[in-house]
Design a protein around this ligand. Structure first.
Ligand code: ADP
Ligand code: MG
Length: 235
């Protein structure tokens, strides 16, 4: 068992049976300190989304264990898992899943009620660079702004762990960098631990641990200590 806030030990997952069987994760072991940002890399189909889904307990693992803070997910009942997801976890999905008939502010506001300890909504809109857009509907703002709104929805309940599944192919280099800079700001201001899927290129010079998936295994688990210059961004 490893130390840390997030503790993953020998995590395994397959899909399909017989000839169609794909072993997506073949024994992943890693850990992350509280308040750390970790970047998840790997080619398409390498299991990045699967990894986040297991950590977010959206689907069950075949084996291994996932510890988060004081909790050991594999020992929780279904009801406790729902409670854990609701109170501790923020999940940003590949597709934004915004409600089209609600404004940007309202899309975030509906998730505020899930938490006994939400973040101040106006502060969050400012941090996300969405203050000017708060009364617009999703189809009236840019893709990047919709993405930030999805991040706001995951964040407003003040989760201890934020899992962010950014579609690596769909976003250009600058957008990926902008989202990483936003995650750094969010991490500084609100202190949550973050795992984010992103582009290889976008993480150059970034001072965060990197997890790289290949053939179902972790091939890199390193800290990069160069300083990333884009941390202070302007909207
Ligand atoms: P990534 O996010 O890195 O692109 P995924 O975790 O989505 O990779 O997928 C990893 C592998 O698992 C792929 O080969 C994918 O086809 C397969 N896979 C993912 N989800 C399912 C599923 N629900 N049923 C069957 N195969 C799946
Ligand atoms: Mg994916």
């Amino acid at each position: 068992m490893s130390d840390g806030f997030l503790r993953i030990t020998n995590l395994r997952k397959h899909y399909g049976e017989g000839e169609a069987k794909v072993e997506v994760l073949r024994g992943i072991t890693t850990s992350l300190a509280r308040g750390e940002i970790c970047v998840l890399l790997g080619p398409s189909g390498s299991g990045k989304s699967t990894f986040l889904n297991l950590v977010g307990s959206l689907e069950p693992a075949d084996g291994g264990s996932i510890g988060i803070g004081d909790a050991e997910l594999t020992t929780l009942s279904d009801r406790e898992i729902v409670e854990y997801r609701r109170s501790q976890l923020g999940f940003v999905f590949q597709f934004y899943n915004l409600v089209p008939d609600l404004t940007i502010r309202e899309n975030i506001e509906v998730c505020e009620y899930l938490s006994p300890n939400p973040l101040p909504l106006d502060d969050l809109l400012n941090s996300l660079g969405l203050w000017e857009q708060r009364s617009k509907f999703p189809n009236q703002v840019s893709g990047g702004q919709q993405q930030r709104c999805a991040i706001g929805r995951a964040l407003v309940k003040n989760p201890s762990l934020l899992l962010c599944d950014v579609p690596t192919g769909a976003l250009d280099y600058n957008t990926s960098k902008e989202i990483l800079a936003l995650m750094e700001r969010v991490n500084r201001e609100y202190g949550c631990t973050i795992v984010i899927v992103t582009h290889n290129d976008a993480i150059k010079h970034m001072a965060h641990p990197i997890l790289r998936l290949r053939d179902g295994l972790l091939v890199e688990d390193v800290a990069n200590h160069d300083v990333w210059p884009a941390a202070d961004l302007e909207w």
